[in-house]
Design a protein. Structure first.
Lengths: 342, 362
């Protein structure tokens, strides 16, 4: 490359940079900071990012993304989004709770939203998105109890925090409800909703742990396992894939895992859906239209913020009777006629 | 004054300039160039690559807040890398900075939230306790090497793993875990224990803190220790040849234990500074791999305190600039990891650089 050509390219690029700067000052920009799981975690970071991408496709907004490599990144990442002139900043995950609060209090002019964290008292420029995942997991628990042949089902979590244990609570309560209604004694391994103690991998990234924990539960007799640890659960799915779905079935969490992991879709009985993409999109829309305000929004079965995925490949395992019971339960929880923790 | 005479004598030596400046600078520029080339090969346009390059510089040195972020990220790296450099001088390959950072940080957290003391006193105690616990943890590896010959690479790796689990256990202890939380997170330290932000008066959001100044003091302290004290001479003698140092009347066992302790002391300070200057509390990942990045910083700085200072700032700049790179060019942060790795490859193979640039380096 001769010097003149180099000059041309670099000055062109510089102009591009400047233009980019001017553009971003005008276009509406939605910015997401992921936690350490990264944006391709097939779990909540990815689902939230899908919400941002939906907003890009639907409303032509700009988007920016920062992936955290460690917990120490959270606060500086959020602050660089403020400096980049973002109109709304989406923090993904309970673990970013304090960093988001600090950033929001230091930058009162910026709008934040966080997944899985409800501030008490609320912060005026943070909208906390929480999800009644126990309602959806309740349905999955009831379903598993009805499908299990060994009479033992299992679950394990990433770490012992409310957004994780919400799933496990609901799952255990659902099984308990099945036992009460049917007079059976299906056991839940890995979580005791009363003592708040159970099995935890203490990370959200090791698929090896996912495999090992599922193996332990399988060895103890469980034939259905619900891993609540983001991508860790993919390790459990690979074990189920090796054993065959007649020996071990998996229940996905956050998104529909038959869609995010189509190669092993035969092992997923269902997934407990937490529709962060829908709520993220609606938050972006509210900021855009000027109706945004801080506080808390809760996704429930009633408003469609949580739910369970279709049974897909394993639909034959679910009797039509069981399927209609689950549907009746869904309506019962919405109407309040069924109290989960009983 | 005497010190500056030393310094000017030192840098008038052409070989030293090559060692601690030219090779690292060339390695860095080459690595950034190859990183951007990789970006273009993997399908990005030249414009995106150049945007990324511009963002890398403006995000690390382009504004006051960028410089503040660079120095904030550099601070713990400088401390820990100084420790590793001391180890290198004494012939010890200390992989254990990560564990020593964790122990130092844990001690700092406990001191930080347990007592309420007057400002300056609290700060001094919190830093001292971090240094002490880091030193104690490294001393275990030094003592094992001196008495049983157990290799420090193995023992420090094992001690790192123990430190991780110790931290998990520690964060669940009721006395330490934050009230009302089930997840592993410690209580927050009192404000009197926080390292003040240097540029607070300009803008309270500029995070660079006193720890950076202490790190610079530590650089000169280590320089003095290694090159102008008997202990430093003994470190270097043992590092060059254990057998010869024995004939020279040096007790290598004591020297090894001492070198490891000083390495741990500095890494412990890195942990305490992270807690008191940046985080204010401990979580399972608070060490953030700083202890491992610091090995690279010590190598890049050629185990020379001044070199470590610049290498630490460079790595801090890569962290801060990488953030800006992802924001404005949508380039993954992983590119920074690639650049760091390339720097290490070029540093580990100085002959390669000499071959590539024979007109600069003889």
């Amino acid at each position: 490359m001769n010097f003149e050509k180099f000059l041309k390219i670099s000055s062109g690029a510089l102009a591009g940079v400047l233009l980019l700067g001017i553009n971003s000052a005008h276009a509406f920009t939605a910015c997401q900071v992921t936690d350490v799981g990264g944006v391709d975690d097939k779990s909540f970071n990815q689902t939230a990012w899908k919400g941002v991408q939906d907003a890009v496709a639907k409303h032509g907004v700009d988007s920016k993304l920062l992936e955290s490599k460690s917990e120490t990144d959270y606060e500086p990442h959020l602050n660089s989004m403020v400096n980049a002139g973002c109109d709304v900043i989406i923090a993904v995950g309970f673990l970013m709770g304090e960093a988001t609060k600090n950033a929001a209090e230091a930058n009162k002019g910026s709008n934040f939203t966080i997944i899985d964290f409800a501030y008490d008292p609320t912060v005026p420029n943070i909208l906390g998105q929480v999800f009644a995942t126990d309602q959806a997991a309740f349905l999955a628990g009831y379903l598993s109890a009805g499908v299990s042949k060994t009479g033992i089902v299992g679950t394990f979590g990433g770490i012992n925090i409310p957004p994780v244990t919400g799933f496990m609570d609901g799952f255990a309560w659902g099984v308990k409800h099945y036992n009460k209604v049917k007079g059976k004694n299906v056991q839940v391994l890995g979580w005791d909703p009363d003592a708040k103690e159970g099995l935890f991998t203490n990370n959200f990234d090791s698929t090896d742990d996912g495999k090992a924990f599922a193996q332990n539960l399988y060895d103890e007799g469980a034939d259905i396992v619900m891993p609540v640890a983001g991508p860790v659960g993919l390790g459990s799915a690979s074990l189920a894939d090796e054993l065959g779905s007649d020996k071990l079935k998996i229940i996905g969490v956050d998104g529909d895992w038959t869609q995010t992991d189509p190669a092993r879709k035969g092992v997923y009985l269902t997934s407990v859906l937490k529709k962060m993409d829908v709520t993220v999109l609606s938050v972006i829309e509210s900021v855009k239209s000027g109706s945004y305000s801080g506080g808390i929004t809760v996704g429930t079965l009633e408003n469609g913020g949580v739910g369970i995925a279709p049974y897909h490949d394993l639909a034959s395992e679910v009797s039509s009777e069981l399927a209609s019971e689950v549907e009746a339960l869904r309506k019962g929880i919405i109407s309040g006629s069924i109290v989960m923790n009983k | 004054m005497k010190f500056f005479i030393y310094l000017s004598n030192y840098f008038s030596n052409r070989e030293t300039i090559q060692e601690i400046f030219l090779i690292p600078v060339i390695a860095t520029l080459l690595a950034i160039f190859l990183g951007l080339l990789l970006l273009i090969v993997s399908g990005s346009s030249t414009q995106i690559a150049l945007t990324a390059l511009v963002a890398l510089f403006t995000g690390s040195f382009g504004s006051l807040s960028a410089i503040s972020e660079t120095f904030t990220a550099a601070t713990p790296l400088i401390f820990a890398a100084l420790g590793i450099a001391v180890g290198f001088r004494a012939g010890l390959f200390n992989i254990g900075a990560e564990g020593q950072i964790i122990l130092g940080g844990m001690a700092a957290v406990v001191i930080g939230f347990s007592f309420q003391l007057p400002f300056a006193i609290h700060l001094i105690i919190i830093l001292l306790s971090g240094a002490l616990f880091g030193a104690f943890y490294a001393l275990i590896a030094g003592w094992l090497k001196a008495t049983t010959g157990a290799h420090e690479v193995i023992t420090t790796i094992m001690l790192n793993l123990i430190a991780y689990r110790l931290l998990d256990f520690f964060l669940r202890m009721p006395a330490i875990q934050k009230e009302g939380r089930n997840d592993p997170i410690s209580k927050s330290i009192f404000e009197t224990a926080e390292l003040p932000r240097i540029l607070y008066l300009l803008d309270p959001n500029l995070r660079v803190h006193m720890g950076f100044l202490i790190a610079i003091v530590a650089v000169f302290f280590v320089y003095w220790l290694i090159f102008h004290t008997t202990i430093g001479y003994e470190f270097r003698a043992v590092g060059k040849s254990l057998e010869a140092s024995k004939y020279g009347g040096i007790n290598p066992a004591i020297t090894i234990v001492l070198a490891m302790s000083i390495a741990g002391l500095l890494a412990g300070l890195a942990g305490a500074c992270q807690i008191a200057g940046v985080l204010g509390r401990a979580t399972p990942g608070f060490s953030a791999g700083i202890g491992f990045d610091a090995i690279a910083v010590a190598l890049l700085g050629r185990a020379h305190p001044i070199g470590v200072l610049f290498a630490g700032i460079l790595f801090g700049a890569l962290i801060a600039g990488g953030r800006a790179m992802q924001v404005s060019a949508n380039v993954s942060l992983d590119l920074i990891t690639v650049i760091q790795a390339l720097i290490i490859i070029f540093i580990a193979a100085p002959i390669l650089i000499r071959k590539l640039f024979p007109w600069i380096l003889k």
